[in-house]
Design a protein around this ligand. Sequence first.
Ligand code: GDP
Ligand code: MN
Length: 380
Amino acid sequence: MDLYEYQGKQLFAKLGIPVSDGRLAFTPAEARAAAEELGGPTVVKAQVLTGGRGKAGGVKLANDADEAEQHAANILGLDINGHIVRRLWIEKASDIEREYYLSITFDRSEKRPLVMLTTEGGVDIEEVAAATPEKLAKLHVEPLVGYEPFEARSLLFEGGFDDPGEQKQIMDIIGRLRDGFSRFDAMLLEINPLIVTPDGTVRALDAKVTVDDNALYRLAEIAEMDDLEGADPLERMARERGVTYVRLDGEIGILGNGAGLVMSTLDVVGQAGGKPANFCDLGGGGQADSVVKALEVITADESVRAILFNIFGGITRGDEVAKGLLEALDRMTIDLPIVVRLDGTLADAGRELLAESAPDNVVVADTMLAAAARAVELSR
Ligand code: GDP
Ligand code: MN
């Protein structure tokens, strides 16, 4: 999950990393009020889950509240790399002497977090890595040992940071960022730019934070930052039910077990001349509960005309899946045709169960292609 800049800065503040004071605004009037409250010059910043906002005109300095309101009106609704701006962060403007860069990412090939620091901030780190790699200090760190001050010292030395006042502050920030990386199960913590003001204060002027989705269950404070309004209503419903679901624009609702199988089901439906209405993955199981939840989401989409239930039993047993589907159909009424393709472990037993007791709208097909063809036919 990616966080907006202002949410990232909330986390930074919790970690004790210095950030500027600011307010969230959804309208030009709110932006004006925020600027009045903050007093003095402010920066009006588009909040979108993509970088390069500055270049796209999504970051503007305002001398007073009038200007803040004006900038807000211009920035709201802007399309930045395909992201429409719906919220703004109004922040007290900073005087910038220098722009640095600091980040921690998870380096999968090394299986360790990677800390990067450079004096060449404010631009894309890829550019720095390409143009002046010698200026980019890098260090892989040990997640299980935790932060050790030598890490920061070696990065500062390698990056050519020689001002003692800055060294002290950046060391402190690196330590806090390292703690935050573990505490928030982060995949990325990036500060670009990390600025130095004319009076020598170091502060995070931007925040890019990605946390591991698999850790959200234990990160309530972050999970609730999820922008549900920004999401598609059906995808939101799915997320609330814990269903893996992506909405597409066709008419065949697809339910399968395992992302790979669901992906190939999409292809086969296309091959049969239909269009998938969604991607829905039951994961390993086929228990009634999860089938009910998935079918609830799929049938909430009004464009769905037929459902294709495609299961390949590995560890999941065909008879269990059939029981799950029957129980689900016991608990909820679905009028749409449901084509079932069951294969793999105990598929025969599953098909028998369905033949015995499934309602009339359930059709069992032998192969994946036959099932897709039948679903397309029944959707018309
Ligand atoms: P990004 O373009 O999405 O990375 O957005 P940033 O938050 O990094 O802002 C882009 C640039 O705007 C920064 O690199 C700064 O040069 C500039 N900027 C942002 N905030 C301020 C500020 O408070 N004062 C000044 N002078 N410039 C700012
Ligand atoms: Mn930035």
